[in-house]
Design a protein around this ligand. Sequence first.
Ligand SMILES: C[S@@+](CC[C@H](N)C(=O)[O-])C[C@H]1O[C@@H](n2cnc3c(N)ncnc32)[C@H](O)[C@@H]1O
Length: 221
Amino acid sequence: MDIHAIADDLDNWVTNHPWAKGGYVDPSSTREERIAYHSNKSSTNPIQQVREEILGLVEVMLGLKKRQKIVEIGFGEIGGTHRLFKQLFDEVHTIEVRNDVVDRHVHEQMEGELGNSHFYIGPSNDPDNYLNVCRAVVQCDALFIDGHHSRNIVESDWRMYHHLVREGGIIIFHDTIVDFEGEREVAGLVEDLSHGNINGRKHEFSHIHKSVDVGISYYIV
Ligand SMILES: C[S@@+](CC[C@H](N)C(=O)[O-])C[C@H]1O[C@@H](n2cnc3c(N)ncnc32)[C@H](O)[C@@H]1O
């Protein structure tokens, strides 16, 4: 599949999902507007991503030498990124604390969704979950970190799982434009990683920032 086919398929899925209304995340929206928008529970973005940002990431992923396995932290309400990654990688290993959202997806799979999913239910820093992922994956080509966004958890996600990514693979963070203290603190971690403040190495990040305050950042291992 090339980028145009993937974009068409994703647009079609996002627009026509039978019950998850709301489309992509509006790139011009602010966090406050999104909280107000979702508070009435009548809408849920099928994919919690800005279209131009996630398709920018797809282009980068299509350029990877190997696309066998990806580890994803955070499935989301409907699992839009999980579904997308299933088209790009042979195996998608997703860690998600909520079992209800994963159950819904498994049900959708029975209705014809691709079946190359592997799920680990529970917090990403749970020791059993961690060992199960490491034992099943051994080595992967990509790590997409989009689970809990507090500094300590996003940092421990990186510290625990980045070793799995092979040389030439990619490590990606979501929500990297701006931090909201105590709630979303990914941008600060990306800054610290790029300055060598975490493990003494200055990781060279690229940024796909095409919105007011969402954004994707990644580096190649
Ligand atoms: C922002 S959503 C992911 C959105 C998804 N990537 C998408 O674009 O559609 C974050 C998800 O991470 C899950 N989560 C939060 N903390 C977690 C943790 N410590 N371990 C695993 N999953 C977690 C939440 O339940 C939620 O489903």
